[in-house]
Design a protein around this ligand. Sequence first.
Ligand SMILES: [Zn+2]
Length: 148
Amino acid sequence: MNCEQARILLMGYLDGELDSEQEKELRRHLDTCPACRAEWESFKNLKEDTSNMKFKLLPEMYWDEYWEKVYNKIERGLGWIFFSIGAIILFGFGFYEMFRDFFMNPKEPLALKLGVGFLSIGLIVIFVSVLREKLMVRRVDKYRRVIR
Ligand SMILES: [Zn+2]
């Protein structure tokens, strides 16, 4: 490997993009070539400096905004969970009221009641989930329109 090749590989090495073969070749060259080693040291320091600087200069505002977004996300997530639970309970209650005679009839076998019960709970959960998705998608669409 000559110096020119080594300098090109240095950048990739710095970003961790070299495969192990290239890395070995480069290291071998750096061991034998003081000029490239000096170049490598300065690259390395420069990179450390800029990443330290970025971290220090990160404005306080950015973090505030970041946490606000995280909080909003959690809040909204909780909102949707309560929405789902509420909707499932209401629909379930309505369904139970509609078929109360069936559920209360001692002549109907328990297995049939359980089957119908679980089947309807499943349907209600799926329905609420689809409803929630539709509401969410509509909100996202509205947001997209604002951006465009
Ligand atoms: Zn060299």
